[in-house]
Design a protein around this ligand. Structure first.
Ligand code: ATP
Ligand code: ATP
Ligand code: MG
Ligand code: MG
Length: 879
């Protein structure tokens, strides 16, 4: 077997709209191509020995053991690999369930589609599944240590990419509410929502967490000062920089017991609490000074009590946890060392912040604490005796958390909320030491020891005891208060022809509404009239540029076949999905062989339309009209004929449509006709003579109307949108060269040739064509092009692209000429392979009143050649 290609899909795609995280592996079965599993000796036995849990896979029989039945009866290896890849991920703790396998048009080559939980792990699982099956075929087995290693690798890949518990909780909550999110490429930032409505978080710090608030919270002394002045109970303490000042400081705070800690520390680093002797104080001073960047040390009175973390989000207390320092409890026969080991065996305990809890490790304080009680690691504690191994209760040093949200006294709630406000934090973790959180601090001598910016959510999300609290909920409520949007409208456009033109026109319409429009096309990425990036930008990455842009208010996204096939759409859903047409182009690429395959691929755009959104479908194109069945949103149609049956039925039922009637582009809203504009006044339609442009304009108008744009704005846009080099380079750009005209157009498949022909055939003078097509199309496509060419032009020059996309030079031209000959041509036909020479020859020999139609490889080069001849502007069309 040989893996030919592995692709990773990240959005709605050909295989599924809902299952967006898929690996697509193109697999050549080679020697196994004609060997179903039942004829491979010992394969079934080998497989169930290695992966007995495959019995859970139901597959087509729909019952437990169903898949294994298929293996026993005989199924192809691609299908088995699909199930194995899913099972490997399951075994590694990543539950996935979706898979598809289908043979391509190349016999023995399969597309194996498997869902992934984590991208890298998914790709790994696909490869590992091939390896595993190959080994069973060859040796009857797969070594257990290999399998163990695979699972370990899978888990590591997953862990590497994991977001951390707080962020994980936030994105889950976002998913729950349908708020799109994306991890940005720098500084572990997550973007929630998109466009102008987006908000960002970095762990639990929001884009509106005040920098002054953060700085104040990080300055423990400053925090205490501000809080004390506000009448909030804080520990008595002073700040020192030299050991010489320690003695006076201790006296100042009222003598032992004291706490010594670095001014700017966190996670309990460098802190010693409950210090009762000068000797310990000196040692603690060194530890604190060493952990402080500024060598500044806080000396504080020690307050007896339990340690609490109060989480305030958006001015409200949302959770309270009591944190208990790392400890073990004796049982009368086990040593402290063994108790620690037992505790650390808890699967919830991991390293650092990775897991729900953290493993206990011995450090300086641990030894001190043991020493204080006269214990060693070998000591066997009497049953029930608690031995603390840390003085501070931070989870990251092995502490545990107990939920106390329902226990906190209302006065303490009020106090904590006030503290967050005084410090100036939208999300604050307030550390309170008090003997009893259910009593007012003032009554029981509790204090606020610290305020944390960016507090971890772990202890609230998964406390060791008590009720888990969904603290991500109030954060998302804060980011997107109810009634405010999180996403900008997305208008997605697909189809075989006219995508760029229609996208640009839709963008132009939305610009009339004074909104900032971001749009992507084959020419580039634009925001309003400014170019962000040049080049083919119809894939998901380009769409993401627009969706991530904080200035964009409306996104108009040309969504071409290639991008959907390669990685799926960049958005989970859209507000308007436009499908212009489906015709023969790009067939045979990416395992899309038939028009039906292609229609299915393009319908992805229509299927992602939100329930309250609109699919804009071409009623004149049966393949497009049929997509209505798969749309979850509302359906609207456009058509060139008012008599179109589908439109009639649709509007009778009160539906929305756009049609061309009596020379007008009009919207039909149930019984009512809303005329937008006469085609002759819409420059894009070349005075109403380019029917396909009328269709594009109808689709664009309908898309905008469905989004609530007023007819006046649509009209203003249609009358000012010129098929000029400036607004739509390469799409029906007509130049008046004095005495004759030249037209540059990008038509490059049979349907667009035919469309172009519908305009050109009406030309009164001689019609001269300079034609060719991209080399990666099929031979028969070139023949068809030739045939159509012969039906459109009086005279033809056949040329080729500089980039023949793998074809021998002259090959494409040969097939085009073949097509031309099949029809027979009036006038001359010659072949000039070099595009520039071909264009120059055509222009030099143009007769008065003629039209030279150029279908260039490079639009800008063709335009430059024309510009040299100083066309008259604007290019007026003879009436
Ligand atoms: P983190 O940021 O992870 O909460 P930190 O390193 O910033 O920890 P503090 O919050 O100042 O340090 O202190 C850590 C813990 O030490 C407190 O939660 C509390 O349990 C204890 N502690 C600190 N100061 C005092 C004090 N004056 N009296 C009693 N206990 C204290
Ligand atoms: P690409 O696949 O290259 O991105 P596209 O779908 O974006 O193409 P446009 O660039 O808008 O399409 O138009 C390319 C050419 O297709 C036009 O110049 C014209 O010849 C033809 N065309 C445009 N609209 C239609 C249509 N609705 N039907 C058929 N042909 C069309
Ligand atoms: Mg703290
Ligand atoms: Mg395009």
């Amino acid at each position: 077997m040989k893996i030919l290609k592995i692709q990773t899909l990240r959005g709605p795609n050909y295989w599924s709209i809902r299952r967006q995280k898929l690996v697509v592996m193109r697999l050549d079965l080679e020697e196994l191509a004609d060997k179903p599993s039942d004829v491979i000796p010992n394969f079934y036995q080998g497989l169930i020995a290695v992966l007995p849990s495959l019995v859970e896979h139901q597959c087509s029989p729909g019952c437990r053991g169903g898949f294994l039945m298929r293996v026993q009866e005989g199924t192809m290896m691609g299908h088995i690999i699909e199930h194995v890849a899913l099972e490997l991920q399951d075994l590694a703790g990543m539950p996935v369930g979706f898979g598809r396998t289908r043979e391509t048009s190349t016999p023995g080559t399969y597309q194996v589609v498997i869902e992934y939980f984590n991208e890298a792990a998914g790709r790994y699982a696909a490869r590992a599944a091939v390896r595993l099956c190959q080994s069973i075929v060859e040796t009857g087995s797969y070594p257990p240590e290999e399998l163990a290693q695979d699972l370990k690798d899978l888990q590591e890949l997953w862990a590497e990419a994991s977001l951390g518990p707080s962020t994980e909780a936030l994105v889950k909550e976002a998913d729950r509410r349908g708020v799109p999110w994306v991890a940005l490429s720098a500084r572990s930032m997550i973007q929630f929502g998109n466009g102008v409505y987006q908000r960002r978080m970095q762990a639990t710090q929001s884009d509106r967490t005040s920098i002054l608030g953060i700085e104040l919270a990080c300055d423990k002394e400053g925090t205490k000062t501000i809080l004390r002045e506000a009448g909030i109970p804080v520990p008595r303490g002073t700040l020192i920089h030299y050991l010489d000042d320690l003695k006076t400081a201790i006296d100042d705070v009222g003598g032992f017991p004291i706490v010594i800690k670095p001014l700017d520390g966190n996670h309990g680093r460098g802190i010693t609490i409950d210090i009762n002797s000068w000797e310990l104080a000196e040692e603690a001073y060194d530890a604190a000074s060493g952990a402080s960047k500024s060598r500044s040390v806080i000396v504080e009175r020690y307050y007896q009590g339990r340690d609490h973390r109060v989480l305030v989000v958006n001015d409200k207390v949302v959770a309270v946890a009591e944190r208990v320092p790392a400890h073990v409890v004796g049982d009368g026969h086990t040593s402290i060392a063994e108790l620690i080991e037992q505790t650390n065996r808890d699967p919830r305990r991991g390293e650092g912040h990775d897991n729900v809890l953290t493993k206990i490790e011995m450090d300086r304080t641990s030894w001190q604490l043991l020493e204080r009680h006269g214990y060693t690691l070998e000591t066997v504690l009497p049953a029930g005796t608690v031995c603390y191994l840390r003085a501070t209760a931070n989870l990251s040093t092995g502490g545990i958390a107990v939920d106390r949200t329902d226990d906190i006294h209302p006065e303490n709630i009020w106090l904590a909320q006030r503290v967050a406000k005084v410090i100036g934090l939208d999300i604050a973790g307030i550390d309170i030491v008090t003997p009893d959180i259910s009593q007012p601090l003032r009554d029981v001598g509790g204090v606020i020891v610290e305020v944390n910016a960016a507090p971890g959510f772990r202890m609230h999300l998964s406390p060791s005891q008590g009720i888990p609290r969904n603290v991500a909920e109030p954060v998302l409520d804060m980011l997107f208060p109810s009634g405010t949007p999180s996403r900008i409208p997305i208008i997605a456009i697909t189809g075989t022809n006219g995508k760029t033109t229609t996208s640009r026109l839709i963008a132009h319409i939305f610009k009339q509404t004074k909104r900032v429009v971001g749009y992507t096309t084959t020419d580039g990425i634009y925001i309003n009239d400014f170019l962000v990036e040049k080049g083919d930008n119809t894939g998901p990455q380009s769409a993401q540029v627009i969706l991530n842009d904080p200035t964009v208010e409306v996104a108009v996204l040309e969504s071409a076949r290639g991008g959907i096939l390669r990685s799926g759409l960049a958005f989970e859903s859209c507000d308007v999905g436009v499908v212009l047409n489906v015709s023969a182009d790009h067939l045979g690429l990416g395992d899309i062989e038939t028009l039906d395959d292609m229609a299915r691929l393009k319908s992805v755009v229509a299927e992602t339309v939100l329930p309250n959104g609109y699919a804009v479908l071409n009623a004149d194109d049966p393949l497009v009209a049929a997509m209505a069945n798969r749309v979850h949103g509302q359906v609207t149609y456009f058509a060139m004929e008012p008599e179109n049956e589908l439109i009639r039925l649709h509007t009778q039922r009160g539906g929305l449509a756009a049609i061309y009637e009596n020379g007008y582009l009009s919207i039909l809203k149930g019984d009512w006709t809303l005329r937008i504009e006469q085609a002759v006044n819409v420059p894009l339609t070349l005075g109403g003579r380019a029917p396909f442009m009328i269709a594009n304009a109808l689709a664009a108008s309908l898309a905008a109307f469905a989004q609530g744009v007023r007819i006046e704005d649509i009209r203003a846009a249609l009358t000012t949108f010129e098929p000029s080099v400036g607004q739509t380079p390469g799409r029906m750009n007509l130049f008046d060269l004095g005495g004759y005209h030249a037209l540059i157009d990008y038509a490059h498949n049979p349907a667009s040739y035919a469309a172009l022909g519908s305009f050109v055939r009406n030309w009164p003078g001689e019609r001269i064509g300079v034609v060719g097509g991209p080399g990666d199309r099929r031979d028969e496509d070139f023949v068809t092009l030739g045939q159509l060419t012969a039906q459109i032009f009086d005279r033809v020059i056949v040329k080729e692209d500089d980039d023949t996309r793998g074809r021998p030079r002259g090959d494409a031209a040969r097939f085009i000429n073949l097509g031309i000959q099949q029809i027979g041509i009036v006038g001359r036909c010659e072949t000039i392979l070099d595009e520039t020479t071909a264009i120059q020859t055509a222009l030099n020999t143009a007769t008065p009143g003629s039209l030279v139609v150029i279908l260039p490889e490079t639009v800008s080069r063709a335009i430059a050649l024309i510009e040299q001849r100083q066309p008259q502007s604007p290019s007026t069309l003879a009436a």
